[in-house]
Design a binder for this molecule. Structure first.
Ligand code: ARG
Length: 459
């Protein structure tokens, strides 16, 4: 097969070389973007009189037919034609001969691949945003059902202060809102048209880049052709944004794994989102959560791979850049699989409010409130901290807790105590008293859930 670039060569490439440098195995998924971009380019060439209008029309029509044929699965690509760009061009030339050879006028594969990859990334970012919105909606709905479901909040994985499940879920919604913002921001910088940059220094033809940008729905045009062909920041940014999103999913999964263990038993995962053991009949494992946690490492790996591929590249295009696609695609594919699985896993799990409440009542999660009660009686906070610390020690030694101590036991440690301390340290009171903006009280979480609903409606 004669290569499209074969003119200055006297020998054909080694067949293993063909295999080695071909990217059709992974960039064929950009066929729609490649053809759509070529249609816009050919339309512009005709409009500008760079090629005859009739030729442009034939190219556009034939590209449309090729697209339908690929969609219908009647076309197979050839590794020897290297990549999706030259495969499509080769098919075009095989169908309309010399006219097809005019498509690549004023264009290089360097600006073409940058265009296709940006178009593909824009589409995927939009899909990921929809999946993330879905997850946030699911979490917010669940939060609305659990504004009074009390569980311990932890620091150092030691019981710290009581919170509600709504409050806990709302914390994750905040993370996902930031992820959503980052996706929008990444989209902005991906939404720049590189076509017209040529190989690196634009072209001598009177291209109308503004027209192409409008045809393809780009909101801006690359301002420097050397940057236009070699900028892969949008790939790195996508991988980075997705890494942070996966980090959030992974942290949540870690909690789901802990919470579904017998030791916690705060939740029970639905059978549809758990698996069994091939040897231990009793097992019900949180494999989905573990896999998402595991796949997080894979997405981080792609971010590091992309950064490392790009770090030593001189301007402008270098073939190293072909390595961007598998990393980018796999990061995107992974997130697109994880998000719906995670969303459904959360939507179908059973919450065990009684177990959560029992856990919140143990572990002295009301100790801060007992200290705060003393402060309200005029005891300086540091002294109050010391008094309650001694009471906790007393409780540990006597296998009891603050709620069950008698007033005499309290007063033996500090005469300031009176009956009203019991009201202040009830677990529900501990939650309700935290009525500061961002706090777990029912009033605050209800307000946060309403705000989230308004936010989600606008997305
Ligand atoms: N398959 C190539 C890539 O993914 C397309 C650009 C090739 N450009 C070139 N000058 N060899 O980067």
């Amino acid at each position: 097969m004669q290569k499209l670039w074969g003119g200055r060569f006297t020998k054909s490439t080694d067949s293993f070389t063909d295999h080695f440098h071909s990217s059709i195995g992974f960039d064929s998924r950009m066929y729609r973007e490649d053809i759509t971009g070529s249609i816009a380019h050919a339309t512009m060439l005709g409009k500008q009189g760079i090629i005859p209008q009739a030729d442009a029309d034939l190219i556009v029509q034939t590209l449309g037919e090729i697209l339908s044929d690929i969609d219908a699965g009647t076309i197979s690509f050839d590794e020897k034609a290297e990549d999706i760009h030259m495969n499509i061009e080769t098919i075009l030339i095989s169908r309309i001969g010399d006219v097809g050879k005019k498509l690549h006028t004023g264009r290089s594969r360097n600006d073409q691949v940058a265009l296709d990859t940006r178009m593909y990334t824009k589409k995927e970012l939009t899909e990921i945003k929809a999946l993330l919105k879905n997850l946030m909606t699911t979490l917010n709905t669940l939060a609305a059902r659990h504004t009074e479901t009390i569980l311990p909040g932890y620091t150092h994985l030691q019981r710290a202060q009581p919170v509600t499940l709504a409050h806990h879920l709302l914390a994750y919604i905040e993370m996902f809102k930031r992820d959503y913002d980052r996706l929008c921001d990444t989209y902005k910088r991906t939404d720049v048209l590189p076509l017209g940059s040529g190989a690196l220094a634009t072209t001598t033809y009177p291209l109308d880049r503004q027209f192409v940008a409008e045809q393809l729905g780009f909101s801006s045009i690359s301002a420097n052709s050397m940057d236009g062909v070699s900028d892969r920041d949008f790939c790195v940014e996508t991988a980075s944004t997705l890494s942070i999103l996966m980090m959030h999913l992974s942290r949540f999964c870690e909690e789901i794994i802990l919470w579904s263990s017998h030791e916690f038993h705060f939740i029970e995962l639905d059978d549809a989102y758990s698996t069994g053991s091939s040897i231990m009949p009793q097992k019900k494992n949180p494999d989905m959560a573990e896999l998402i946690r595991g796949k997080t490492g894979r997405v981080y790996g792609h971010l590091m791979g992309l950064l490392t591929t790009l770090k030593g590249l001189p301007l402008a295009y270098n073939k190293d850049m072909q390595e961007d696609k598998e990393a980018l695609f796999d990061a995107i594919d992974t997130v697109k699989m994880c998000l719906p699985v995670f969303t459904n896993m959360i939507a179908t799990m059973t919450v065990q409010p009684d177990v959560m409440l029992q856990a919140a009542k143990g572990g002295f999660t009301n100790a801060t409130d007992a200290a705060d009660w003393l402060v309200k009686q005029g005891v300086p906070f540091r002294d109050a901290h010391g008094i309650i610390g001694r009471l906790v020690l007393y409780c540990i030694e006597h296998h009891t807790n603050l709620d069950d101590l008698s007033l005499e036991e309290y007063q033996a440690i500090s005469p300031v105590f009176n009956e009203s301390v019991y009201d202040a340290i009830g677990v529900k009171q501990c939650v309700e008293a935290r009525n500061v903006i961002g706090g777990p009280s029912k009033a605050m979480t209800t307000k946060a859930i309403e705000d989230n609903n308004a936010y989600l409606k606008k997305l």
